[in-house]
Design a protein around this ligand. Structure first.
Ligand code: ATP
Length: 198
């Protein structure tokens, strides 16, 4: 089984960009955001339990999960958020493990915005944090998604600070420079990881 390396960073830090750069070097990765969506896909046991608990108000006309409606409920009610998490967290963890076990290569990546916040670093042998300034996060996300500054700041407030995340990680990729500089850093780290795993 491939060694699992967690790749994390705050909103807009460059996780997708870095994961794609590793992929170009032949490194496989599992995207935790996609796995979190997969466990509540139509037909899943989790989605059935969620509909039973919250009722029709969070079901779209096509039978999918109305994420915005659910977010509104759990934002207002801590008890409901806890209920949802105790249902979905074990399912997400199991699915992450399954997909990581299916990866081949010397090592693979677990790309996860909340790797440390959710305790999923326990699935990884090593961890990488992408480091950027909050100003860069805000600027890059606003440019990418046409979000307003306050929306990005609200999400930043729910995540570890850059310094806390970097303190927990084994390796740090500083993404404060250009895209070319980022690619060079990914290549150096990839070479170093490969050497460690020989
Ligand atoms: P999210 O947490 O929202 O999923 P992310 O961590 O995956 O975001 P990316 O989508 O990879 O971040 O990057 C955010 C934006 O910043 C993208 O538009 C990306 O192209 C851009 N970006 C990433 N790195 C750089 C860089 N070094 N210079 C300029 N733009 C960059």
């Amino acid at each position: 089984m491939a060694v699992i390396v967690g790749l994390t960073g705050g909103i807009g830090s460059g996780k997708t960009t870095v994961a794609n750069a590793f992929a170009k070097l032949g490194v496989q990765y599992v995207d935790a955001d996609l796995v979190a969506r997969k466990v509540v896909e139509p037909g899943s046991a989790c989605l059935a339990a969620i509909f039973e608990h919250f009722g029709e108000s969070i079901r779209t006309p096509t039978g999918e999960l109305d994420r915005a409606a659910l977010r509104k409920i759990i934002f207002q009610e801590d008890k409901e958020r806890e209920w949802l998490e105790q249902l979905t967290h074990p399912a997400i963890r199991e699915q992450l493990k399954r997909e990581l076990a299916a990866c081949s290569g010397q090592y693979c990546l677990l790309v996860h915005p909340l790797l440390f916040e959710k305790g999923h670093e326990a699935l990884c042998q090593w961890t990488i944090a992408i480091s950027v300034t909050p100003e860069q996060q805000i600027e890059r996300v606003m440019q990418r998604d046409q979000n307003n500054q306050q929306q990005v700041k609200n999400i930043l407030a729910t995540q570890l600070s850059d310094i806390e995340r970097c303190a927990k990680a084994d390796f740090i990729i500083k993404n404060t420079g250009t895209a070319d500089e980022l690619n060079d850093k990914v290549l150096s780290l990839h070479n170093m990881l490969q050497l460690q795993l020989v």
